[in-house]
Design a protein around this ligand. Structure first.
Ligand code: 4HQ
Length: 221
C-alpha cells in the first residue's frame, strides 16, 4: 500500500519511520513518500501562503502551490485524496478498515489557517478529522491515519491481532499480565495460570464486558 504525503513539514514524519510501520516500509509492504509543498513555490522567497481575502487572522496556503505539489504525484488516477481537517468525518475503526483496502492514498496536510477552498474542491475526495479539538496542522492526524490503517495491511503485524481487538466487537480489551507472578504483593489472576483455555476465554470475555460497561458504556449502546 502506498501513502503520498503533501506537507510543508516533511521532517515531522520521523515517527512513522520507527517500529512496526518503519519495518513494514523496509519490507516494502508499505511505501511512504513525502512531498514538500514548499518545493513547488514559484516565488524566489519560497512563499507558500498569503493573507486571507476578507481579512482575519493568520495565513492561507495558496492554491497553485498546493495544486502543483499534488500534480507532481505520478499514477494518482486511482488514489484517494484525503484532507485532514476538523471539518471532516471523525475517523473510527470502520473507516480505518475501509481505507486499508485502498492501494494508494494521498494525504494533504494543511498548516496555518488552512488551504484555499478552490484547490480543496478540485482535488480532495474525502475530509477526515481525528477528533473534536484544534491542532496546528494536519501532520499529526496524517500519522494517526497511516498508523491505524497500516495495521490492516497484510504482513504488517507479526501476529494479526486485528480480528480480536477493541472496536472489532465494540468491546474494550481485557487486562493483560506478564511475569512476575507476584508484583508488589498483587498476584496474577489464578485462572490465567491454570492452562484451562476454555475458562481463560470465558474470563477474558467477562472482563471485556465489565470494563466496557464501566469505562465506555457508550460503546455498548
Ligand atoms: N487541523 N483532525 C487545522 C486539525 C485536525 C483535526 C488540521 C488544524 C488542519 C488546517 N485535522 N489545520 N482535529 O485540527 O484533523
Amino acid at each position: 500500500m502506498k501513502f503520498d504525503i503533501l506537507t510543508l513539514f516533511p521532517e515531522m514524519f520521523e515517527p512513522v519511520k520507527q517500529s512496526i510501520i518503519g519495518r513494514a516500509t523496509e519490507k516494502e509492504l508499505l511505501e511512504i513518500n513525502l512531498i514538500n509543498i514548499r518545493d513547488f513555490s514559484k516565488d524566489k522567497h519560497k512563499k507558500v501562503d498569503d493573507t486571507p481575502y476578507g481579512g482575519g487572522a493568520g495565513m492561507v496556503m495558496m492554491p497553485d502551490v498546493v495544486y502543483d505539489a499534488y500534480n507532481s504525484i505520478l499514477d494518482k488516477e486511482k488514489a484517494k485524496v484525503i484532507y485532514l481537517s476538523p471539518q471532516g468525518k471523525v475517523l473510527n475503526q470502520k473507516k480505518v478498515v475501509e481505507f486499508s483496502k485502498q492501494e494508494h492514498i494521498i494525504l494533504l496536510c494543511g498548516h496555518y489557517e488552512g488551504i484555499d477552498q478552490r484547490v480543496l474542491d478540485e482535488i480532495v475526495d474525502e475530509e477526515i478529522s481525528i477528533g473534536d479539538y484544534v491542532l496546528t496542522g494536519g501532520e499529526l492526524p496524517a500519522m494517526v491515519l497511516i498508523d491505524s490503517v497500516s495495521r490492516y495491511v497484510e504482513g504488517v503485524l507479526k501476529e494479526d491481532s486485528t480480528k480480536e481487538e477493541s472496536f472489532t466487537n465494540n468491546l474494550l480489551e481485557y487486562p493483560q499480565y506478564t511475569r512476575p507472578e507476584v508484583f508488589h504483593g498483587k498476584s496474577v489472576p489464578e485462572v490465567l495460570l491454570s492452562g484451562h483455555h476454555e475458562n481463560i476465554k470465558k474470563w477474558r470475555e467477562e472482563k471485556s464486558i465489565e470494563i466496557t460497561e464501566k469505562k465506555r458504556p457508550d460503546l455498548l449502546k
